[in-house]
Design a protein around this ligand. Structure first.
Ligand code: TXA
Ligand code: MG
Length: 339
C-alpha cells in the first residue's frame, strides 16, 4: 500500500482534512497529529476499521484504545460518569477538554468491542489539535486513536516518525510538523472523589491535586486476576528505542564503553567536562533547562540517537516534578528489558 503524506496545520487545510475524513468514512485508518503525539485513527464504532489499527501497529488485542470525541456532548453516546464522582469528573472535563487528559470511564457498548479489549471501561479524551479536531468534527463520530507507532516503540512526534514506523501499512498521514507536548496524554481514573493517575503526562499531578487528592497508580507486571493491563505501565517495556538505554545520575568516571555510547543530558553543568568528552555522542535535552521543551524533544532525540549505531544510550535522570514526572516515567519504561 502506498502511504500518502499531506500537509495540514490548521482547520483551513480543507483538502487534506477532507481526504482524511473520506478514508475514515470508508473504514480506513489515517495517522493524524494531536497536541501530544501522532495518533493512528479509525472510526471507533466500526469493528473492521478498528481491527486495522491493531494490525498496522502489531498491537496485542488485550491492550485497549483511547477514544477521541468530536465535542463533549458526544461523551454520553460512548460512556457514563463514574457513580458518586460525577461532579468531580465534570469539573475535570470542563477544565481540561479539549486537551491532553484521558479519563477512564464506565463504558457503554456502542464502540467496537476491540476498542475496549474486554474492559468494562473506556478511555476517552478530546484532542485540542485543530487538524484532529476538524477531522473528528467533520466525521462526527468517535475516533479510536492510539499513538501511531509499532507496538512497544517510541510514540511519533513528527509525521516522518509515523512514516518510518507505519509507511506501506496505512493510506494517509496528515503532516502538521512537530507536536506541541511531545508526550502522550495524562490518563486518570476518578474513584470516590479521588484521582488515580495511570499514566503521568502533560496535565501534571500537581495540577490535578488542586481538584482532588491525586496519586500515581503503582505500575507493575499484570496480576493473574487482571488479565488485561489496567495501565500502560504494566507491560515490562514500552516507549523503547532499539538501543539499550540506561538512566544515570552524573557519573564521576566515564564507563569503559563511553566512546561507542551516547549520553542524553538534562543539565550539562552537573557533569565534569573530562567525563563528558569521553563519550562518542553527547546530546542535550534542553540547554535552557526547560522541562516542557525537554518533553517536546525527548522522543525525537531518542529516535536520532537510536539511529547512529550506538552501543548504549545513557540518559541523565531529571527532577520528577511537573512534566518531569511524565518524562521519567517514559524513560524508566524505555530502560526496561527489550521485548
Ligand atoms: O496522547 C495520547 O493519549 C495519544 C494520542 C494519540 O491521543 N494516544 C495514546 O494512545 O497514547 P495509546 O494507545 O498509545 O495509549 C493509551 C493507553 C494504552 O496503553 C492502554 O493501556 C490505556 O491507554 N488504556 C486504554 N483504555 C484503557 C482502559 N479502559 N483502562 C485502562 N487503560 C486503558
Ligand atoms: Mg502508545
Amino acid at each position: 500500500m502506498e502511504t500518502r503524506l499531506l500537509p495540514a496545520s490548521t482547520r483551513d487545510d480543507r483538502e487534506s482534512i477532507s481526504a482524511a475524513v473520506d478514508l475514515l468514512r470508508e473504514g480506513e485508518v489515517v495517522a493524524l497529529p494531536t497536541e501530544t503525539v501522532y495518533g493512528l485513527a479509525a472510526d471507533a464504532t466500526n469493528p473492521a476499521a478498528v481491527a486495522k489499527i491493531f494490525a498496522a501497529k502489531e498491537r496485542p488485542s488485550f491492550n485497549p484504545l483511547i477514544v477521541h470525541l468530536p465535542q463533549p456532548e458526544a461523551l454520553y453516546a460512548v460512556a457514563t460518569l463514574p457513580h458518586a464522582s460525577e461532579q468531580l469528573t465534570l469539573r475535570l472535563i470542563h477544565s481540561f477538554w479539549p486537551g491532553p487528559l484521558t479519563l477512564i470511564l464506565p463504558a457503554l457498548e456502542t464502540t467496537a468491542p476491540a476498542v475496549r479489549a474486554g474492559q468494562p471501561t473506556l478511555a476517552v479524551r478530546i484532542s485540542a489539535h485543530p487538524v484532529f479536531s476538524a477531522v473528528c468534527m467533520q466525521l462526527d463520530r468517535p475516533l479510536a486513536a492510539p499513538s501511531a507507532n509499532r507496538f512497544g516503540k517510541i510514540s511519533p512526534t513528527r509525521a516522518e516518525h509515523v512514516l518510518s514506523e507505519l509507511g506501506g501499512r496505512i493510506p494517509l498521514i496528515l503532516d502538521s510538523g512537530a507536536t506541541y507536548h511531545g508526550l502522550e496524554s495524562t490518563i486518570i481514573r476518578v474513584k470516590d472523589n479521588e484521582i488515580e493517575v495511570l499514566r503521568p503526562g502533560p496535565v501534571t499531578i500537581e495540577t490535578l491535586n488542586a481538584f482532588a487528592p491525586t496519586r500515581l497508580a503503582v505500575a507493575g507486571p499484570s496480576r493473574p486476576d487482571q488479565p488485561a493491563p489496567i495501565a500502560p505501565g504494566q507491560l515490562p517495556t514500552h516507549y523503547a528505542p532499539t538501543t539499550s538505554l540506561q538512566l544515570v545520575d552524573p557519573l564521576p568516571d566515564a564507563p569503559t564503553d563511553a566512546l561507542s555510547s551516547g549520553i542524553l543530558l538534562w543539565n550539562r553543568s552537573d557533569w565534569s567536562p573530562v567525563v563528558l568528552e569521553k563519550f562518542g555522542h553527547v546530546v542535550e535535552l534542553s540547554p535552557r533547562l526547560d522541562p516542557s521543551e525537554a518533553a517536546r524533544v525527548l522522543y525525537t532525540k531518542l529516535r536520532e540517537m537510536d539511529q547512529v549505531g550506538l552501543k548504549r544510550i545513557f540518559v541523565q535522570r531529571l527532577p520528577a516534578v511537573g512534566i518531569g514526572k511524565a518524562i521519567m516515567d517514559r524513560l524508566e519504561k524505555a530502560s526496561g528489558p527489550r521485548l
